[in-house]
Design a protein around this ligand. Structure first.
Ligand code: GDP
Ligand code: IMO
Ligand code: MG
Length: 425
């Protein structure tokens, strides 16, 4: 058996949570491979809506094994909140959730270091989610991190040592007033650790590879998006993990030849939260219309998302890096009202047009657009491909022809049912 991977092709928030939940019935195991509580994955079914930050999006389907992989970073405070919140709503997920012993812990001071670093950067800040992601991955690669497996022995000593060092950095490097903030959250953090201890803490790479041998099917759930990847995103305005398909190998302990399908998810337009370049961004009325129609506000931070037209240069780059085998187009319904819809097919840089994603996306990059007719039809109630308006079919065909990758699902609303499988003869 192989591992199918589902990941974002843009700057995150493409709708990964919704589609993992939709596809989960086809799989035995759902495994998150990177990121942490910077993610906000929204699921909607019946009259129920939930945003998940650390827990994989397969958790609401019965009898599915959900794994938080070694590539993920876990904040015990956020984790406990998620679990408590689900319990309040009647979901006890303790039987189905497995956590890798090799996943790293976000310490209370990592969050403060994130805040201090952003504050110190001033205007050039990353616009991070302030969840401590950067400092935690920095300690991981700096070989100073604490892992879930460390909880099981000699933990307090290792913890104290790290915290001490972080406090010195906060004080001496940043002059950051941490005392009150730190004291107010340390107890909650340890309550979270106690809760984590009650879960199945496993060598998830063994569990996954053994399961594959037994013929079990696995879907790997990405967080963020390819353009936020630490290596290939718009550095330094990126997150601190490998969000690309290769991240599923390192984040779960899966060999490359075990990767099967690669589902690349994209919105029918583009959004971005936080700072950094965004060539097709619309700072005008049209951008506001997209934000309003798409309800584009961060699932984790509530920040308004920046909005713009679909960017095929960036999309093709993501497809190349990820080896996408099929695409999933999200939020098509958000474009229902537009008379015409633009798609960026090239970048003009110093008078020359290129279709190649450049080293740096600076101000000299100008998008070149084609304009397609809008469908001016409410897609949200559509139940099969035969009902698609002609202009919508054209929009899909245009993207498929430009990228050379088939679109297998079009999503026309946030609910499970608003998902149309294409070309299902
Ligand atoms: P993720 O981080 O990739 O899981 O995406 P988010 O959950 O952060 O953001 C996607 C938002 O769009 C959520 O509020 C979803 O409920 C919503 N959504 C998902 N698919 C669709 C769709 O096809 N149409 C509309 N209008 N909303 C959608
Ligand atoms: P999901 O999984 C959208 C962005 C932040 C910031 C940058 C770095 O829901 O798609 P970080 O806190 O990771 O150090 O922030 O990355 N970012 C996201 N944007 N969706 C996400 O996750 C994101 N996770 C991080 O806004 O620009
Ligand atoms: Mg999100």
């Amino acid at each position: 058996m192989k591992v199918d991977v589902l990941l974002g092709l843009q700057w995150g928030d493409e709708g990964k949570g919704k589609i993992v939940d939709v596809l989960t019935p086809d799989y035995d195991i759902i495994a998150r491979f990177q990121g942490g509580p910077n993610a906000g994955h929204t699921l909607e079914f019946n009259d129920f809506k939930q945003v998940l930050h650390t827990i994989p999006s397969g958790i609401f389907r019965e009898n599915k094994m959900n794994i938080i992989g070694n590539g993920v970073v876990i904040d015990p405070i956020v984790f406990k909140k998620e679990i408590d919140n689900l319990k309040e709503k009647g979901f006890d997920i303790s039987e189905n959730l497995y956590i890798s012993k090799k996943a790293h812990l976000i310490l209370p001071t990592h969050r403060l270091l994130d805040a201090a670093s952003e504050e110190a950067k001033g205007k050039s800040k990353i616009g991070s989610t302030l969840k401590g992601i950067g400092p935690t991955y920095r300690d991981k690669t700096g070989r100073e991190g604490l892992r879930i497996g460390d909880i099981l022995s000699g933990f307090q000593e290792k913890y104290n040592e790290r915290i001490q060092k972080h406090k010195i950095i906060l004080e001496k490097l940043y002059g950051f007033d941490y005392e009150e903030l730190f004291n107010s959250c340390e107890k909650d953090w340890f309550d979270g650790i106690e809760l984590i201890k009650k879960f199945k803490l496993v060598d998830s790479e063994q569990l996954l590879n053994n399961s594959l041998k037994e013929g079990k099917s696995v879907i790997a759930e990405g967080a963020q998006g390819t353009l936020l990847d630490i290596d290939f995103g718009s550095y330094p305005f990126v997150t601190s993990s490998n969000t690309i398909c290769a991240g599923a190998c390192t984040g779960l302990g899966i060999a490359p030849q075990k990767i099967g399908k690669v589902f690349g998810i994209f919105k029918a337009y583009c959004t971005r939260v936080g700072s950094g370049p965004f060539p097709t961004e619309l700072l005008d009325k049209t951008g506001e219309e997209l934000r309003k129609a798409g309800n584009e506000y961060g699932s984790t931070t509530g920040r308004p998302r920046r909005c713009g037209w679909l960017d095929l240069v960036a999309l093709k780059y993501a497809i190349m890096i990820d080896g996408v085998t099929e695409m999933i187009m999200m939020k098509a319904d958000v474009l229902d009202e537009f008379d015409t819809i633009k798609i960026c097919t090239g970048y003009e840089i110093n008078g020359e047009v290129t279709e190649e994603f450049p080293y740096e996306l600076n101000d000299s990059v100008k998008p070149v657009y084609v304009e397609l007719p809008g469908w001016k039809t409410d897609l949200t109630g559509i139940t099969c491909q035969n009902e698609f308006p002609e202009e919508f079919n054209n929009y899909i065909n245009f993207i498929e022809e430009e990228t050379g990758v088939p679109i297998s699902i079009a999503s026309v609303g946030p609910k499970r049912a608003q998902t149309i499988f294409l070309n299902q003869d």
